[in-house]
Design a protein around this ligand. Structure first.
Ligand code: SAM
Length: 245
């Protein structure tokens, strides 16, 4: 179908590609990817051989007008990223924004997202979650961001690099306190591991050589248990005065 197709690909296990994704990749007039080497590896695994064009952070500004031209001409353009769902901590948002503005149809071929996959095994509440993407790399900005998120009544989900994990755990312990934290590493891959505990406990557990691989960090919502809201105080006061009179 003409229009922009946002196509999710696996985050590790190549078995996680969908039938619709394969069809979209095979049939699109043009295929945009972040990195041609990685895309070729993925496609050749499924026996698809295609011309690829690069759409990534640095070249996106320059390439976007051409893509919009193809779209306006009625072509089917598929976008994939290195892993998972495009636009989610990956390029694509501005392309979709401009396609929508230009009245071009946008289609989704949904599939893996590391954040949601991690949430489902985290053991933390899933009714409400806040995906915060990557934290700022610099400590001061990171702490600032974490304190801004301290009041959010939802499970917090962060993408992180394994190299920064220990500093991030330190900052979580200092700014968010005694909350449960889950680290999910290498989801759907051979060395998938789940670590659970408070940030402080995980700091102790993971001391030593840095973890390898890709990780998602999840933090439980602030516990309201034991904390008394103004509303509750008022309610109880009213009740007490009623019994007195
Ligand atoms: N678009 C991707 C998605 O849908 O999840 C995310 C791309 S972002 C550039 C890469 C980050 O996602 C990694 O640093 C890591 O935090 C997370 N990630 C991706 N694949 C992962 C995996 N298999 N296991 C754990 N984390 C993963």
């Amino acid at each position: 179908a003409p229009g922009l197709h946002i196509v999710a690909t696996p985050i590790g296990n190549l078995g996680d590609i969908s039938l619709r994704a394969l069809a979209a990749l095979a049939s699109a007039d043009r295929l945009l990817c972040e990195d041609t080497r990685r895309a070729r590896k993925l496609l050749s695994h499924y026996g698809i051989s295609r011309d690829l064009r690069v759409y990534e952070e640095h070249s996106a500004e320059r390439i976007r007008p051409y893509v919009l031209e193809w779209l306006r001409a009625g072509e089917a353009v598929a976008l994939i990223s290195d892993a998972g769902t495009p636009l989610i901590s990956d390029p694509g948002y501005k392309l979709v924004r401009d396609a929508v503005e230009a009245g071009v149809p946008v289609h989704t071929v949904p599939g893996p997202v590391a954040a949601v996959a991690a949430l489902t095994v985290s053991g933390l509440p899933t009714d409400s979650f806040f995906f915060a993407g990557f934290l700022p790399p610099r400590a001061a900005a990171r702490r600032q961001r974490l304190s801004e998120l301290a009041g959010v009544e939802a499970t917090l989900i962060f993408y992180e690099s394994a190299a920064r994990l220990m500093s991030v755990l330190r900052d979580i312990a200092d700014t968010l306190g005694e909350r449960k934290v889950t680290i999910v590493r290498e989801i759907t891959k051979r060395f998938e591991t789940h670590y659970r505990g408070t940030a402080e406990a995980l700091l102790a557990e993971l001391e030593g050589p840095a973890l390898k691989g890709e990780i998602v960090v999840l933090v439980e919502p602030p516990t309201t248990q034991g904390e008394v809201s103004d509303e509750l105080i008022l309610q109880q006061l009213e009740q007490a005065t009623r019994t007195m009179s």
